[in-house]
Design a binder for this molecule. Structure first.
Ligand SMILES: O=C(O)CCC(=O)C(=O)O
Ligand SMILES: [Fe+2]
Length: 281
């Protein structure tokens, strides 16, 4: 099975079906050149300060010759636009919302700019949902992942490898090499995959760096992989839209996530507890 492709116009209809069937999908022509340049400029300092991974033992999750910058909501206004893109909302509403608590939300799970440099080996195939081993494979949809191509992605420069169809496999099935595909896509495209789809970063045999932004989303009743409450400082949070604050989990989600940081603990607790009354009353 190949990685299906679509354009933005068909994403909400046939695209969702393709993603459901294959567990992965490339959507072309999403981010503009201006957005890619702005994102790179916004992250340039952090990129410079972040060391390239040097250790490269074969068992490590992050291969050598790669670089990851996290906390993208704090570092980049353009990343915030990507996080809240309407196409992502369409996909999360379809794949995640049905498994959220009644009246609850999904949330941003991980944000990282991932650069794969010349000489990097391939990453081990994994499922984003493997952090929740409580559920047996194939798991219900818990996580949805996106990779925004900031540079072109090719099979040779580290384009993400995926195993289409593997979101429906049982835990003991291993991918044969012939079942693995590289996501080849022009800069500005977005690769989607379900949290149950086997995938990993590719090896880079070229002399250029592959640059992608990975943004993943999870059910709001799960612990976020990246702790957004600490990643986004309160002074910045005050300036963000209510929708983005909801997305990073800064505001209570049903009965979960209340706090006294704004001095409004009792009101928050009453509001959040109401969802428990609603679901039992
Ligand atoms: O860099 C990539 O292509 C994939 C990265 C990935 O799967 C991860 O970090 O979980
Ligand atoms: Fe991954």
């Amino acid at each position: 099975m190949d990685i299906p492709r679509t354009g933005l116009a068909d994403f909400g209809t046939t695209g969702i079906e393709q993603l459901n069937d294959a567990g992965c999908l490339v959507v072309t022509g999403v981010a503009t050149k201006d957005q890619r340049l702005a994102l790179q400029a916004e992250l340039a300092d952090a990129m410079k300060r972040t060391p390239v991974e040097t250790s490269d033992d074969a068992g490590a999750f992050y291969p050598g010759h790669t670089r990851r910058v996290i906390s993208l909501v704090t570092l980049s206004e353009t990343a915030r636009e990507f996080v809240m893109h309407s196409m992502v909302k369409t996909a999360c509403d379809h794949f995640l919302l049905p498994n959220c608590s009644p009246g609850g939300r999904y949330q941003l799970h991980v944000s990282a700019a991932v650069q794969i440099g010349p000489g990097a080996r391939k990453q081990v195939l994994h499922r984003e949902e493997d952090t929740f081993p409580f559920f047996a494979v194939p798991r219900p949809n818990l996580v949805l992942a996106t990779m925004w191509a900031v540079s072109d992605f090719t099979a040779a420069n580290g384009g993400t490898r995926l195993v289409p169809g593997s979101h429906r496999w049982s835990a003991d099935r291993r991918a044969e090499p012939r079942e693995v595909r590289a996501a080849e896509m022009a800069a500005g495209s977005v690769l989607f995959w379900l949290g149950g789809t086997l995938h990993g970063g590719g090896a880079n045999t070229t002399d250029e760096w592959r640059y992608g932004v990975i943004l993943t989303y999870s059910l709001g009743w799960l612990r976020q992989e990246e702790n957004q409450s600490l990643a986004v400082p309160p002074e910045l949070a005050q300036t963000l839209s209510p929708e983005l604050l909801d997305m990073i989990g800064n505001t209570p989600n049903g009965a979960l996530g209340f706090h006294a940081a704004g001095g409004l603990a009792s009101a928050d607790i009453e509001n959040t507890a109401q969802s428990l009354v609603d679901s039992n009353g």
